[in-house]
Write a protein that binds this ligand. Structure first.
Ligand code: K2U
Ligand code: ZN
Length: 175
């Protein structure tokens, strides 16, 4: 298990549409384990492969809030949305690739998703609440979309400018 570095916006790799996973290989299983370890350490409740620089269509999530309830890590390979609810939810979203930036994003409140599990079988399930928000946020990542792409141009530019400044300072500290 390896904690992998998380790419920070702006980064061209975060804007790419990721390629489908052809088959579940040992490398994919290792990547999924590394992504879960990286997500828990962040901490976060979701993480998409492009965020660790792998432009493949898979993400992990575990939105089980209550630690006593035990964690419920999920690995979704080649995920797709089958249907969404009319109703929407607004959530103050963040992103591990845009540290300390938050903004309200409206998304369908419920979403039915289909994906291939590490067991190689096709799964289908309805998500609601934070799981629905997270799954849609992660699927966006696989299509090169960030939560700021759901905002107006002014707010998106303001956040991007802040991230450019933060990256310059981080690079200076590292130099
Ligand atoms: O994809 C990511 O960067 C991880 C995201 C997932 C997420 C964003 C917005 C709403 C739900 C999930 C987060 O940074 S994980 C951090 C977090 C923790 C608790 C609640 C919301 C976000
Ligand atoms: Zn994100």
């Amino acid at each position: 298990m390896t904690i992998r570095p998380i790419l920070i916006h702006p980064d061209p790799r975060l804007k790419k549409t990721c390629a489908p996973v052809a088959r579940i290989t040992p490398e994919i299983e290792t990547l999924a384990a590394d992504m879960l370890a990286t997500m828990y350490q962040a901490p976060g409740i979701g993480l998409a492969a492009p965020q660790v620089g792998v432009l493949s269509r898979l993400f992990v999530m575990d939105c089980s809030k209550d630690p006593d309830a035990g964690s419920r890590p999920m690995v979704l390979v080649n995920p797709e949305i089958v249907s969404v609810s009319e109703a929407t939810n607004i959530y103050d979203e963040g992103c591990l690739s845009l540290p300390d930036q938050y903004a309200e994003v409206a998304r369908p409140a419920e979403v039915r998703m289909r994906w291939t599990g590490l067991d190689g079988r096709v799964h289908e399930r309805d998500f609601d609440g934070l799981w629905a928000t997270c799954a849609q946020h992660e699927l966006d990542h696989l299509n090169g979309k960030l939560f700021i792409d759901h905002l107006g141009p002014m707010k998106r530019q303001m956040i991007t400018r802040k991230m450019v400044k933060m990256k310059r300072e981080m690079d200076r500290d590292r130099a």
